[in-house]
Design a protein around this ligand. Structure first.
Ligand code: GDP
Ligand code: ZN
Length: 386
């Protein structure tokens, strides 16, 4: 068992765990475990009275495991000697497909204790997680530990946060110059998500074979000035595809953008091995067909991973309150501290440095309008944007 710094953390029981079941299941789950592990279970203390208030104390393997945000989970101490490190490629109900470093794949259930300490059963394990598994044979195993996550993309699902994928370091935001027409405000929304999740955004404007590229330059200029890389591509003619391929090397890239902009075509062009389905236009117009939300990691030849699923293409922003919006607009940030009112929303207020900057052409008008539309429009009702 790991002898790293340990600390105790308190965690809620899931409501549906009645005491008798717990005993039965612990016995069964840990019967096959190492003695150390059984010891660690004994160290859990049960306190509180009612079902809702009952908590248990478990040991976390490192100090920072429970820090900051709701995406982090306690990292459990496990017997690392019998475990293999792997990456969750996909979660299918209770089973996860885990790929280990040597490329082997295991179908894994999740250790029950992990589920218990999770605040939300649905993201005990998500695609992209780095995990430790205990193999049962060469095809199956148990996920013993989920490592700390970074770069988490979430969407709102019936008022709750639903983690779609973890450990992403690049958000590929794809729009098309035409068919469907370019929606810069949608790009801005995805940029906010990237900023919030601390994921590097990469903007791609596809189908430039359909337009005069010079017309896109003002927009490209605005994003470039903010430090966002922009690539103009055509999956059809091949323009920009090499550059895009280079940007994917060794990266964990999640792909977002509305239907029909050419995401599958582009990814197929950069990675011919993927063979993603390219939808015909008629398929694309049938809304509601893309109901799957299961994210899947696809390994690229160059060593990175791509995450491309309809469920993540059109995710809603989670957890961004109006006052926060300005923080995720890089170009607004230099001005927000200069407004007369510290809580200025940059809408109706007087002596607003943001509005002054727009008037002085220091801030792009369209970006400011995009900011306003995000503030006014419901942050939690973005389905229409996709
Ligand atoms: P996705 O929904 O974003 O994955 O888009 P698809 O890759 O399925 O492409 C949607 C449609 O756009 C298909 O009919 C493609 O053939 C077409 N398409 C994709 N890329 C390009 C491009 O660069 N130029 C043009 N003219 N059409 C494209
Ligand atoms: Zn202001």
């Amino acid at each position: 068992m790991s002898k790293k710094k340990q600390r105790q953390i308190r965690t809620d029981f899931r409501k549906n765990r009645v005491e008798r079941q717990r005993k039965v299941n612990f016995t069964r789950d840990f019967a096959a475990g190492e003695p150390e592990e059984i010891d660690s279970v004994r160290e859990e203390r049960i306190s509180g009275k009612g079902e809702l208030s009952r908590r248990r104390t478990v040991r976390a393997a490192d100090e920072t495991a429970c820090a900051d945000d709701s995406n982090s989970q306690p990292v459990l101490a496990v017997d690392e000697a019998v475990c293999l490190a792997g990456r969750v490629l996909k979660v299918n109900g209770l089973l996860s497909t885990v790929e280990t470093a040597d490329g082997r794949r295991y179908q894994c259930a999740t250790r029950r204790l992990l589920k218990t300490i999770s605040t939300d059963l649905r993201h005990v394990v998500v695609a992209g997680d780095h995990v430790l598994i205990r193999p049962a044979d060469d095809k199956e195993g148990i996920i013993e530990r989920v490592e700390r996550r970074y770069g988490v993309l979430s969407r709102a699902s019936r008022g709750r946060q639903h983690t779609i994928v973890a450990n992403v370091d690049q958000l590929l935001i794809v729009g098309s110059a035409a068919e469907p027409y370019l929606k810069p405000n949608l790009i801005d929304r995805y940029l906010m998500s990237a900023e919030k999740a601390h994921i590097r955004p990469l903007i791609v404007i596809n189908k430039i074979d359909l337009v005069e590229p010079a017309g896109l330059m003002p927009l490209v200029g605005v994003y470039s000035q903010m430090g966002y890389p922009v690539i103009l591509t055509s999956a059809r003619s091949g323009t920009g595809v090499d550059r895009l391929r280079r940007e994917l090397v060794d990266r964990q890239t999640a792909v977002v953008g509305q239907s029909g902009v050419g995401k599958s075509s582009l990814l197929n062009a950069t990675e011919p091995g993927l063979a993603l389905r390219v939808a015909s236009v008629s398929q694309e117009t049938q809304k509601g067909r893309h109901t799957t939300t299961t994210a899947e990691l696809l390994r690229t030849q160059s060593g990175g991973y791509l995450v491309d699923t309809p469920g993540i293409r059109q995710f809603q922003l989670w957890d961004i309150v109006p006052a926060e919006v300005q923080n995720y607009f890089r170009d607004l940030r230099p001005y927000v501290g200069l407004c007369k009112f510290p809580d200025c929303s940059h809408t109706h207020e007087e002596e607003c440095a943001v509005k002054d900057a727009v008037a002085d052409d220091l801030l792009d008008v369209r970006r400011y309008e995009s900011y306003l539309s995000i503030l006014e429009g419901s942050l939690d009702d973005l389905e229409d944007w996709s």
